[in-house]
Design a protein around this ligand. Structure first.
Ligand SMILES: Cc1cc2nc3c(=O)[nH]c(=O)nc-3n(C[C@H](O)[C@H](O)[C@H](O)COP(=O)(O)OP(=O)(O)OC[C@H]3O[C@@H](n4cnc5c(N)ncnc54)[C@H](O)[C@@H]3O)c2cc1C
Length: 603
């Protein structure tokens, strides 16, 4: 029996993005011991990349805003598949979580009278995103880390969790390997919070960094937790398309919030051509009204560029497919045009969108204050994930909690921009608190060392296979399969083909081999990530085939309309006794009358 390097904590938090850090702070505040594990260095989590802002109805810029409007916007954006309890808690608690960040030292852009400034974003009725230029995630991570560092949290950097360990039905800890030396570490805990972020690396074109291989979703699934609504993947409308080396890198929605417009190769603002019925009453009737909206005119309605992301992404795909795209397969996003409207436009753009200015200047040699950007959709976010209880964030596995992007529920079929950073704060805190309480009120767990040794053996197997295939080809093949067959516009036959190919890739992955030794070996790490990528890819394909309608982030060419029957269910996947995925349609509970009334009133 190996003698593992073992660390014991009451609560183990896996992931050090906004959700993990907020959960760790909350658990530590409850007086339990907390361990925080992350795959990369502290400060490198995806949250640091968030640009546009954090959504909260502070009503600093428009006093008509309140939790009821935010709740209703979130539900409409999610096309009513959201966990309404989560949407309610999120809308009610987000303002306090933002003010708390401010009290912990976060800097925000300010209104002339010194309050936190808020900007417009797609699907939000009023300016709602608290922000610091276009570097809000950096400020959030910095603040949470600075605050967390004083709470007695033990941080384990560059440890990747390979498997969750169980004591009977209950979670008991996890086994990790250390990326630098390739050694194993065992974590023994009473509760685990998963906060591992997204799945973007399952696709070829993505705004996500190398870390986002769906680990939390796959770990939870393997441990018996249910995954929900995995078909809902968000393709952000604006990623860079040129040069090829930067394809997919995000161009923040803040550009459109500040007045940026989308045009096709004929110079037409095509977004005015197709405004969905349920947003018509809230959308500007002409460009002039749209411009006034972005400049804070309360009597104006938002421009169609600020419709929800699913809709804008599909409109761009349509322009490209019908031959009206830009030279490199996207369309044009123009913020430079605002010089027709305001003096000092160049300085204004640089001040409001400093990262975008820098990004295009250094990566594409484009000066966005003078010329339009070329953009196209990029895989950005997953609305689906680990199914959790709305109040506590506990999954169906006792002691296993999830928060942030790896959890499902809040966003339904489509997430509104800015609602992720607030999600991390609201539900990170809740997950940490409830995990701490769970740890306190349930006894210690027993580690079954055989589970750890079996996971270790599986992890080291690629070194023993001498003539297998390398992991990169398989990873790339999977990304192509998902991009081409389970992307923005989906069809049954293509998705069935994807499932067959995923089976074949699974078989290839089982025989993968790596060379070199265990010390910092990216090939080995990629081989280990493959299993997670394949699990989430399969879950996405299965649920996407099952949902025979178009809703939110899921668009079916063969079923282009919404089906009211699918509007009543979440699609849930669990591991069956034979190890295969078992899919079920789970009815969404009826909304309490007072919440239904809010939606009715907000129109
Ligand atoms: C470019 C970009 C801009 C964005 N802008 C905005 C915005 O303006 N507003 C907004 O609301 N949202 C935005 N988003 C989305 C938002 O940033 C993410 O959804 C959110 O930050 C996810 O946070 P998280 O805490 O769930 O996970 P992350 O911040 O993704 O952190 C995940 C953590 O889990 C760790 N981890 C993963 N797997 C393992 C493992 N196996 N073992 C150990 N650790 C592991 C990672 O190392 C990391 O520490 C943006 C996203 C991108 C990519």
């Amino acid at each position: 029996m190996p003698d593992y390097d073992t660390k014991t904590h009451d609560v183990l938090v896996i992931g050090a993005g906004g959700a993990g850090l907020r959960a760790a702070i909350a658990a530590a505040a409850e007086g339990v011991s907390v361990g925080l594990v992350c795959k990369s260095l502290l400060g490198k989590a995806h949250t640091v990349m968030a640009e546009g802002g954090v959504a909260a109805s502070l009503a600093n810029v428009d006093d008509r805003d309140n939790w009821r409007v935010h709740f209703s916007d979130t539900m409409r954006g999610g096309q009513y598949l959201n966990n309404w309890r989560m949407a309610e808690l999120h809308a009610k608690e987000a303002p306090d979580r933002v003010r708390e960040l401010e009290a912990w030292g976060a800097l925000f852009d300010r209104t002339p009278d010194g309050r936190i400034l808020q900007r417009n974003f797609g699907g939000h009725k009023y300016p709602r995103l608290a922000h610091v230029g276009d570097r809000t995630g950096l400020e959030m991570i910095r603040t949470l880390q600075d605050h967390g560092i004083h709470q007695g949290i033990d941080v384990h950097m560059e440890y990747t969790i390979l498997t969750l360990l169980k004591d009977g039905d209950r979670i008991a800890g996890a086994l990790a390997y250390d990326r630098e030396r390739g050694r194993f570490r065992l974590f023994h805990s009473k509760a685990v919070v998963l906060a591992t972020g997204g799945i973007g690396r399952a696709y070829k074109i993505t705004s996500n960094s190398w870390e986002y291989t769906g680990d939390g979703q796959a770990l939870a699934y393997e441990a018996g937790a249910a995954l929900q609504d995995m078909e809902f993947v968000q393709f952000h409308p604006t990623g860079m398309v040129w040069p090829p080396s930067v394809r997919g890198i995000l161009v923040t929605e803040g550009v459109r919030g500040e007045g940026g417009v989308l045009k096709n190769s004929q110079g037409r603002r095509f977004m005015f051509d197709d405004v969905p019925e349920n947003y018509r009453a809230q959308t500007a009737t002409d460009p002039e009204e749209g411009w006034r909206y972005t400049q804070g005119d309360k009597s104006a309605k938002r421009p169609p560029e600020l419709l929800t992301r699913d809709h804008v992404a599909r409109a761009i795909v349509r322009e490209v497919r019908e031959g009206r795209g830009s030279p490199h397969g996207g369309v044009f996003l123009d913020i430079a045009w605002i010089k027709e409207k305001i003096p000092n436009a160049e300085e204004h753009i640089k001040k409001k969108l400093p990262s975008m200015y820098h990004q295009f200047k250094t990566l594409a040699d484009i000066d966005i204050t003078k010329e339009p950007m070329e953009i196209g959709p990029t895989t950005h976010y997953v609305m689906g994930g680990i199914r959790v209880d709305g109040d506590s964030q506990m999954s169906n596995v006792p002691g296993l909690f999830a928060a942030g992007e790896c959890a499902a529920g809040l966003h339904g079929a489509n997430r509104l921009g800015g609602n992720s950073l607030s999600d991390l704060l609201v539900f990170g805190k809740r997950a940490g608190e409830y995990a701490a309480r769970f740890a306190r009120s349930n006894g210690d767990t027993r580690i079954d060392i055989n589970q750890a040794t079996a996971a270790e053996k599986r992890a080291l197997a690629p070194f023993d296979r001498k003539d297998g295939e390398g992991p990169y080809q398989i990873q790339q093949a999977l990304q192509n399969v998902m991009q081409e067959n389970v992307g923005i516009v989906r069809r049954e036959a293509e998705m069935e083909k994807a499932l067959t190919e995923i089976d074949a890739l699974d078989a290839r992955a089982a025989k993968v081999s790596v060379t070199g030794n265990r010390e910092y070996n990216p090939g080995w790490h990629t081989a280990l990530d493959l299993k997670n990528l394949l699990t989430v890819a399969r879950a996405i394909a299965i649920t996407a085939i099952e949902r025979k309608e178009s809703r939110g982030g899921h668009f079916r060419d063969d079923y282009p309309n919404k089906d009211p029957e699918f509007g009543k269910v979440n699609l849930v996947i669990q591991r069956g006794p034979d190890g295969r995925m078992v899919l079920s349609r789970v009815p969404i509970p009826a909304m309490p009358a007072e919440l239904a009334q809010v939606i009715k009133e907000m129109g």
